[in-house]
Design a protein around this ligand. Structure first.
Ligand code: IMP
Ligand code: MG
Length: 177
């Protein structure tokens, strides 16, 4: 049992299990993107450790960039409208892969996907390390998923609890949720 701020967490995925799965995902990407020179777009902050490990296992021509998603631009009938910050690259006719740490409601990623599609990439796919299928609120196909987990709060390997716990090597789930 570990403590992050005021909450206790127990181990869910060890660093070894994560590493093995990350390399499997990289192998799938290498098969699908050989000769396509994909651009990986990581969503900050959560995805930076996952993306870094994934990128090191990708032995094909590829590039990386990062974006940040603002909490919201304004509210509309569909809820929060999020804004993408920091994208300098031209996505037109590029093979783009969005890299996310975790999909919860899917609202963030579906907005990011729609906004990136407007930039006319040749293709646009999503890779996420974790998915909480029970929490999904939108219809959003996830192309590459590391692990499906229960609808419980997790930290570690880039994921935070109030900005703490990102530097844990494994992934931990909240105890007695
Ligand atoms: P969504 O828009 O509801 O899918 O939220 C996704 C974002 O919420 C992720 O990129 C994370 O930053 C954050 N998030 C969702 N679930 C967790 C969790 O269990 N631990 C830490 N962050 C989470
Ligand atoms: Mg995130």
């Amino acid at each position: 049992m570990i403590k992050v701020k005021d909450k206790f967490f127990v181990p869910l995925l060890t660093k070894e299990v994560i590493q093995e799965r990350v390399c499997q995902l990289a192998n799938e990407l290498m098969e699908d993107y050989e000769d396509k020179d994909p651009l990986l777009v990581g969503i900050l902050n959560g995805s930076f450790i996952f993306l870094s490990d994934l990128f090191k296992c990708l032995h094909i021509d590829c590039e990386v960039t990062f974006i940040r998603v603002s909490s919201y631009l304004n509210t509309s009938s569909t809820g929060e409208v999020k804004q993408i910050l920091g994208l300098k690259e031209n996505l037109k006719d590029r093979h783009v892969i969005i890299v996310e740490d975790i999909v919860d409601s899917g609202l963030t990623l579906s907005q990011v996907k729609n906004q990136l599609l407007e930039k006319e990439p040749a293709s646009l796919k999503i890779v996420t390390l974790l998915n909480k299928p029970e929490a999904m609120k939108v219809s959003l196909p996830l192309d590459y998923v590391g692990f499906e987990i229960k609808n419980e709060f997790v930290v570690g390997y880039g994921l935070d609890y109030d900005e703490k716990g990102r530097n844990l090597e494994g992934i931990y789930v909240v105890a007695n949720p």
